[in-house]
Design a protein around this ligand. Structure first.
Ligand SMILES: Nc1ncnc2c1ncn2[C@@H]1O[C@H](COP(=O)(O)OP(=O)(O)O)[C@@H](O)[C@H]1O
Ligand SMILES: [Mg+2]
Length: 468
C-alpha cells in the first residue's frame, strides 16, 4: 500500500486507535486478511469468518511485522477499532485510489472475466506498471485488497468485479470508481440466484452506470443484452466483437492446427495479425475486449496484437495443455463450463488432435435451468459431429443427457460411455489411453473434474500409477 500513517487511516475509516503509542507510524506494507501473509509494515484486517476469527491472530500478525490491526474490538496490540472491518477496508480502498494517479479499469460479465482480466493486464503491462486482481478475487473483500496493493508507480489498476445479485456491482464501483468499464457478456451463470437473464443484465449494467462522462464503456457488440447497456451510461461507448459495426473487431477468425485462435485485429488505429497462445476460440471475444481497453488507453493495433500473441494463461485449469512423457496430451479445462465454452473446447480438441485419437471427458454444465436437457444433448451431439473419437460423460443426470445426445447422433458402443464419477473416469482412462491420444477434461466448477486431469498427469510413461 502507499504509505499512510495510522492516524490518517483511523480518520479515513472512522476508527479509534487503541494501544498505539505513536499514531504517526506508517503502514507501508501490504494490507492482508490472512495473518500468514503479513509482511513488514503490513496492516492486518481481522475478519470474523465462519470457522476462524481473525482477532485471535492479532498478536501473531503484529509479531510477524504488522504495524497494526484493523479490528472490531481492542485486541491488546496496536489496533484501529471500527464497527465493521469490511466497511472500513472499503473506505480505505476508496481513499487510496483517489490518491493514486492510476487509471481504473473494471470488468464484469458472466463468463471469461478472469481470462480477460489476465489478458488486459498482460497487454497494458507493456505500456506502464499495472496492478490487477489476482486469480478471481473479485468480491467485496478481494476488490479492496487488490486496490490497496497498488503503489505510487501504478499507472493501470485492472479490477475484476463479480456479482451474484442486483446492487453488488454498484457496491464495488462505489469503492473503486472506474474510468473504463467493460462488460463481456450476459450468460446464464448464477441464473438461479438472479432470477433470469434480464436480471443478470440489470446487475452487470450497473458497471456502465457508474462511469463518468469522460470515461469509456466498452461493450460486446455480439451480445444484444450487453449492447443495450449503451443507453445506461454517460460515458462514450466503444464496441468490440466480430460484427462489422464493432469499433474493435476480429476478421478472418480461424483455429490453428494446435487449437489456438488466429485472426486479424482491426482497431481504429489499424489492422494487425494475432495468433494466440491460449486455446479455444472463446478467447477471441476475450482478446477483442482486452484490445478495446488497450486501444482506449492509447496503444496501437500492432502493439496490442503483439501483446495478445504473446500472452499466456495466468490462472489455472483454463485450457491448460500438458504433454505426458508418453505422448498423451492432457487439456485441463475443468475450471468451469457453459455451452459456449464447451463448444469452443471441443473444437480446439479436434484441431489439436488432428490425426490422433481424441477424448472428451465431460461433466455437467451447471445453472442452465430449463435449458439443461437441450444444452447437454446438443453438446453430446456436437462431439459426434466433430468426430471426437471417444466421449466419457462423468456424473449424474446431466452426464447421461450428454451421453444420450451422442448416442442418438450415432455414437454407439465404446465410442461414448457414461460413468458415475471422477474415479470411474480415471480408472477407465488409465486402462484405455494410448500414446499420442489427446484428452480434454471439462465441466462446471462444482463437478471438480480437475482431479481427473491431475490423476492422468500423475500416471507415468509406462502407464504406471504414481502414488496418490
Ligand atoms: N468469452 C467466453 N465465453 C464463454 N465462456 C468463456 C469465455 N471465456 C472463458 N469462458 C469459459 O468460462 C470458464 C471460466 O473462465 P474465467 O475466465 O475464469 O471466467 P470467470 O472469471 O468469468 O468465471 C472457462 O473455463 C471457459 O470455459
Ligand atoms: Mg473469475
Amino acid at each position: 500500500m502507499i504509505a499512510l500513517s495510522l492516524a490518517e487511516i483511523a480518520e479515513v475509516v472512522g476508527g479509534r486507535t487503541h494501544d498505539i503509542p505513536d499514531p504517526s507510524v506508517q503502514v507501508h506494507g501490504p494490507v492482508v486478511i490472512d495473518s500468514r501473509k503479513v509482511a513488514d509494515g503490513s496492516l492486518f484486517a481481522a475478519f470474523v469468518g465462519e470457522h476462524v476469527d481473525g482477532h485471535d491472530y492479532a498478536d501473531q500478525a503484529v509479531q510477524a511485522g504488522a504495524v497494526a490491526v484493523l479490528a472490531q474490538h481492542p485486541v491488546g496490540v496496536p489496533a484501529i477499532v471500527v464497527e465493521d472491518v469490511q466497511t472500513a477496508l472499503g473506505a480505505l480502498a476508496r481513499h487510496v485510489v483517489q490518491r493514486l494517479g492510476a487509471t481504473l479499469v473494471a470488468l464484469t460479465g458472466s463468463a471469461g472475466k478472469t481470462s480477460t482480466k489476465d489478458l488486459i493486464a498482460q497487454v497494458l503491462a507493456r505500456k506502464a506498471p499495472t496492478v490487477f486482481t489476482p486469480g478471481s478475487l473479485n468480491n467485496e473483500i478481494g476488490l479492496p485488497l487488490t486496490a490497496l496493493s497498488a503503489t505510487e508507480e501504478t499507472k493501470f489498476l485492472v479490477l475484476e468485479m463479480g456479482a451474484r445479485g442486483i446492487g453488488h456491482i454498484r457496491y464495488l464501483t462505489d469503492l473503486t470508481p472506474p474510468k473504463i468499464g467493460l462488460v463481456l457478456n450476459v450468460g446464464t451463470a448464477h441464473i438461479g440466484e438472479f432470477g433470469g437473464r434480464e436480471q443478470i443484465a440489470q446487475a452487470k449494467g450497473e458497471l456502465v452506470e457508474s462511469l463518468p462522462a469522460d470515461g469509456a464503456a466498452i461493450l460486446n457488440a455480439d451480445d444484444p443484452l450487453v449492447r443495450a447497456m449503451a443507453s445506461r451510461t454517460k460515458a462514450r461507448v466503444l464496441l468490440f466483437g466480430e460484427t462489422d459495426e464493432a469499433d474493435v473487431r476480429a476478421e478472418n477468425v480461424r483455429l490453428t492446427d494446435s487449437g489456438q485462435p488466429a485472426f486479424s485485429l482491426r482497431t481504429p488505429s489499424g489492422c494487425s495479425e494475432v495468433t494466440m497462445r491460449l486455446y479455444g476460440e472463446h478467447h477471441v471475444s476475450n482478446a477483442l475486449a482486452a484490445a478495446a481497453v488497450a486501444h482506449e488507453l492509447g496503444m496501437s493495433a500492432a502493439e496490442i496484437a503483439t501483446a495478445l500473441s504473446e500472452a499466456g494463461s495466468l490462472s489455472r485449469w483454463r485450457m491448460e495443455v500438458t504433454e505426458r512423457p508418453d505422448g498423451v496430451t492432457v487439456v485441463n479445462d475443468a475450471y468451469n463450463a457453459n455451452p459456449e465454452s464447451m463448444r469452443a473446447a471441443l473444437r480446439a480438441l479436434v484441431a489439436m488432435g488432428r490425426g490422433r485419437r481424441t477424448w472428451a471427458v465431460l461433466g455437467k454444465m451447471a445453472e442452465l435451468g430449463d435449458e439443461a436437457l437441450a444444452e447437454h444433448d446438443a453438446v453430446g451431439r456436437l462431439a459426434v459431429r466433430l468426430n471426437v473419437s471417444k466421449l466419457v460423460a462423468v456424473g449424474g443426470r446431466e452426464a447421461s443427457w450428454l451421453q444420450l445426445g451422442a448416442y442418438n447422433e450415432g455414437s454407439w458402443g465404446e465410442e461414448s460411455v457414461h460413468v458415475s464419477d471422477a474415479q470411474a473416469a480415471v480408472d477407465l482412462l488409465r486402462s484405455a489411453l494410448r500414446p499420442g491420444d489427446v484428452v480434454l477434461v471439462k465441466a462446471s466448477r462444482s463437478v471438480g473434474l480437475e482431479s481427473v486431469a491431475q490423476a492422468l498427469l500423475e500416471t507415468g510413461a509406462e502407464g504406471e500409477v504414481a502414488a496418490r
